[in-house]
Write a protein that binds this ligand. Structure first.
Ligand code: ADP
Length: 626
């Protein structure tokens, strides 16, 4: 110890210049010298340690073990570091333990053996190691893949990959280290993101890209990769940290949401979302904007009440109340919707409630039902029209049946007289056998012929009427000689003349041909002449006049007969109507009715003038084809 005391100044000077703690012990394990750093480290004053046993610098729990080491150390007596690979601890004066590293250097001086221990307080270093361990553990615990690449080596090899990286990619760490990250892209390296990332690496800046990456088993996954450079003190990029975030699920979810959003927007139905409290629209789809003519921005200032003229705020809130208190899941109704331009259209509305972040919303899906309404209205009209047609057909059928019944009773009545006349005359003709009785025979034969004509006339009327009723009557136009027709009609009418009656008819029609329906013209003239004969007394004159003009022909039949009572005149063309002054004369009341119908169907008209006891004049006008 004296040796060191003697030379303490020299030792001090030398040992303080060394930046490690130096403690020298003798064979008895007594401290003979300690430099400034050692005193500082253990918390002792200058020289305080000298003479103290080394043990005071060793924590109680390690003292025994230390003693054993010392023994073996002295046996080997070599220069070495203590406790390699193990943690050593020192004890400060204040009893605080701290980690240290010790290097032992034995030496001999003046026959004594000493050991110089170089002591380093590794508290800070341990802290750093601890920290690094913690960081590594944290990196390994991270859910994102983390890699560190060395930017100073060619092709930037991976020098660190955490556990999550292995989990995400399926590549074990040993297969990852030393490789460039591009192996994750396989052949699929022509990607926008890849280019962007290499660009960022080149420029030494950070970036975030989405890449198509492939796991070891070949499965594709979308990887959101963020890279950031690590710079050294001079600003040079030494490493890149890469963070891998597999986002396949998120992308799929985003795609799904995107798809749903486009369905919402592209739907041709109108879809509205509005706040249940303020009723203001929050969102409306494209269809709603198109149908109403409002833009989204305009809609956001409106409520459903602006579009639904049939509701007041009170009635609307009452309508949606069951949705809001949960008593109903859905409300459907029909109403009208008003466009921006004020026009309206019928709609079917479906309402549902929905919650978005504690805010209650109403979703309205609205269908334009104009077409459906139009279709229903059209259908209703068609049904109405058909019903009318059926009613008319039924009516006609009924009338026809009535007509037949009436005709049967008419026939039985009307046919009786002419038939009995024909029978009587036929019987009498047989009795006039003598040659000079020809005049009498002719008289009876004329009665028979007249009777047959009368019956034929009734039948003609009836058949014509029935055909017309059934709509089967087809008018047949032809060119025919007017004089031939008039002669035939007058000839037949002459058969019915009473004694002294005379029909005068025009002679100016000899070479006239007209284009008309000959049968109808015949039916019309026959009826009117027969009536004139029937309703005029004996010895009276009947006039038939014909006026031919450019586009029409006018017939006039004038008699000096019983005339038609004023009060009956308006019913004269009604079917079966007969005036009260003719009830003792035979007739059916259908002649004038069918004549008027046919004449009008041909585009002509019929009228009359009549005074009771003086006579009647019937005028018929028929159009002519040029
Ligand atoms: P009817 O078989 O009874 O003659 P019409 O239809 O030909 O049937 O005539 C209808 C009614 O019109 C007759 O019943 C009669 O009362 C009246 N009438 C028609 N023509 C004459 C006429 N020339 N003079 C008087 N009355 C007529």
């Amino acid at each position: 110890m004296q040796v060191f005391e003697k030379n303490s100044t020299i030792f001090k000077l030398l040992s303080d210049a060394v930046s490690e703690g130096i403690i020298v012990v003798n064979e008895k394990q007594q401290i003979v010298a300690a430099n400034m750093w050692a005193n500082d480290m253990f918390g002792y004053d200058d020289e305080e340690l000298v003479g103290q046993p080394l043990q005071i610098l060793i924590p109680q729990t390690y003292r025994k073990a230390h003693q054993e080491h010392i023994q073996s150390y002295y046996q080997k007596h070599e220069k070495r570091r203590m406790a390699l690979g193990r943690s050593l601890f020192g004890l400060r004066k204040n009893q605080e333990q701290f980690p240290l590293e010790v290097g032992l250097n034995p030496f001999s001086l003046y026959g004594n053996t000493y050991t110089m221990a170089l002591v380093i307080d590794i508290t800070e270093r341990e802290k750093i190691v601890e920290n690094q361990k913690m960081i590594t553990a944290a990196l390994d615990a991270a859910l994102n893949g983390i890699t560190i690449t060395d930017a100073l080596q060619p092709d930037h090899p991976i020098i660190y990959a955490n556990a999550a990286f292995e989990r995400i990619t399926g590549y074990p760490t040993e297969e990852t280290l030393g490789r460039n990250c591009r192996f994750l892209q396989g052949q699929d390296n022509n990607q926008e993101g890849v280019k962007k990332m290499w660009n960022a690496i080149e420029m030494g800046i950070s970036c975030r890209v989405q890449l198509r990456n492939y796991k070891k088993d070949g499965t594709l996954f979308w990887n959101e990769v963020s890279i950031s450079p690590i710079l050294d003190g001079t600003g040079k990029t030494t490493h890149f940290v890469g963070i891998q975030n597999p986002i396949t699920d998120r992308l799929l979810a985003e795609q799904e949401i995107g798809h749903l959003a486009s369905i919402f927007d592209e739907s041709l139905n109108e879809i509205y979302v509005y706040d249940a409290e303020s009723l203001l629209f929050v969102n409306v789809n494209h269809g709603a904007q198109k149908y109403t003519g409002y833009t989204l921005a305009e809609c956001k200032k409106l409520t459903p009440l602006d579009l639904k003229p049939e509701f007041t705020e009170t009635s609307f809130r009452k309508l949606i109340a069951p949705l809001l208190d949960g008593t109903k899941e859905k409300i459907d109704f029909e109403t009208v919707q008003r466009r921006k331009n004020g026009t309206t259209y019928p709609v079917e509305v479906h309402l549902q409630s929905s919650r978005v972040n504690d805010r209650q919303m109403i979703i309205a899906i609205i269908l334009d039902i104009s077409d459906r309404k139009n279709y229903t209205q059209k259908l209703e009209k068609t049904v109405e029209h058909r019903t009318k047609q059926l009613e008319k057909a039924l009516e006609t059928e009924k009338e026809l049946n009535e007509l037949k019944t009436k005709f049967l009773s008419l026939v039985s009545h009307e046919f009786k007289t002419p038939l009995s006349g024909i029978l009587t005359s036929a019987t009498l003709v047989g009795k006039y056998k003598k040659e000079d009785q020809q005049e009498k025979r002719d008289k009876h034969l004329n009665t028979i012929i007249g009777g047959v004509h009368h019956l034929t006339h009734i039948l003609d009327d009836f058949l014509s009427m029935e055909r017309m009723e059934k709509g089967k009557e087809v008018y047949r136009y032809s060119k025919f000689s007017l004089s031939k027709l008039v002669n035939e009609v007058v000839y037949n009418a002459n058969m019915m003349l009473k004694s002294g009656q005379h029909i005068s008819y025009p002679q100016n029609i000899d070479d006239v041909s007209i284009y008309q329906d000959e049968k109808i013209a015949d039916l019309m003239l026959t009826n009117l002449l027969n009536n004139a004969v029937k309703y005029s007394p004996e010895d009276s004159q009947i006039d038939l006049k014909v006026d031919i003009m450019m586009d029409k022909i006018i017939f006039q039949i004038k008699d000096l007969g019983i005339g038609i009572p004023k009060k009956d005149q308006k019913y004269i063309f009604d079917r079966y109507f007969r005036a009260e002054n003719v009830l003792t004369t035979q007739g059916t009341g259908i002649g004038l009715n069918i004549v008027k119908a046919h004449v009008e169907n041909l585009g002509g008209k019929i009228c009359f003038k009549s005074t009771e006891h003086k006579g009647s004049t019937f005028t018929v006008e028929l159009p002519l084809e040029r």
